[in-house]
Design a protein around this ligand. Structure first.
Ligand SMILES: [Zn+2]
Length: 69
């Protein structure tokens, strides 16, 4: 149960720990501001889904606009 609580907090305040120097860095940073360690890209599937969703929204809109004009 404790582990679940910790992960919930991590979701609320996204933070990642630099494996090189141990500095807590805000999630979203690509490199550590202290030692310039490059963080591995996080959740690429989420980014993919966002793109897919955007395309699904834009494509019908383009089609509709094409029909009107
Ligand atoms: Zn670091």
């Amino acid at each position: 149960m404790r582990l679940v609580d910790i992960s919930d907090k991590a979701d609320e305040f996204p933070e990642q720990e630099c494996p090189s120097c141990g500095l807590h860095v805000e999630a979203g940073h690509e490199t550590c501001p202290w030692c310039h360690y490059e963080f591995p890209p996080q959740k690429p599937a989420v980014r993919w889904m966002a793109w897919l969703f955007a395309c699904l929204l834009i494509l019908p809109l383009m089609w509709i606009l094409d029909r009107i004009f």
